[in-house]
Design a protein around this ligand. Sequence first.
Ligand code: NAI
Ligand code: MG
Length: 331
Amino acid sequence: MKLAIVEGDGIGKEVIPAAVRVLDALEMDVEKVYLELGYGKWEKTGSAITDQDIEILKSCDCILFGAVTTPPDPNYKSVLLTIRKELDMYANIRPIKPLPCVDCNFEREDFNFVIVRENTEGLYSAIEEIGEDASYTKRIVTRKGSKRIAEYACKLAKSRKNELTIVHKSNVMKSDKLFLDVCRETASEHEVEYSDELVDSMAYKLMVSPEKFDVIVTTNLFGDILSDMSGALVGGLGLLPSANIGTEHAFFEPVHGSAPDIAGEGIANPIAAILSLKMLLEWHGDIMQAGLVEEALESSLNMGVTTPDLGGSFTTEEVTEAIVEHIEIKI
Ligand code: NAI
Ligand code: MG
């Protein structure tokens, strides 16, 4: 595996080294390519990501990414949007399930759902007109873009409970009617049971009865919001991993950002980054290693070795050490 590693900035510089230590403990054949992207690079060079960086990323099989801070500059070119677009990573996958011994903000622990978010279109088109008195952002929904995310979601649904929930707002935004129609057609073709929900009512239903959902497919902005909201169900942003999957490349990152409020203190929860590594291993077909990472992580939680966001008093390094020790015994 040729793996690009981007720590980014803030707690990216703490949680990605933790995930790399876990990867090293698995003793796999991995060629690591480190890249500096993001705020630090922008401060030094005026550019957070260059064409050359994109070429290096394209030459790798996959990317493990931390987080980048967004500077307050209207001309700033987003690193994440650039990578998602240039490497055509159309599917953003965010699994949401409770972890053992973590106080969920939800009284029941029987939910386990995945948000499949369209990652290249919608309101994140970056086609904008910014004026003094009026500003516009173009929302793009295409048949091709909707079809491939619907196909991805249906295949995932088939490997799970064969249930799909299509989330949209087609009663107000006519562009969503195309998305809804394509998702319905695709679910019928794959013989996946489906229903649809308006995004506002879906937000409510996910908070009161998350156990009713399995695979959820939606457009870019709705998926972004619903997944951060769902972080509240499992007990914190420090626990949520994600994958960005394209036709040729894949990119794995924690859902959280660079957390400047705790950066440099050594107390960031490394679990979201380590679970992102687990998703990377699954994508690459290293199922045994992915299982071992999950088992080691659960063992550290069962022992109560947690960072302050989960009520513990351990550091990022100590949590990582507990996970690595478990892997070293088993490997
Ligand atoms: P954030 O996710 O960085 O932090 C939100 C809150 O959650 C903070 O209180 C933080 O301390 C806490 N938190 C997040 N991850 C944690 C972890 N692993 N362990 C313990 N606590 C954790 O979101 P925020 O503060 O809105 O954004 C900070 C910066 O990150 C901004 O510049 C934003 O643009 C950027 N950002 C970058 C993302 C990325 O690179 N993928 C995603 C989201 C935000
Ligand atoms: Mg987000």
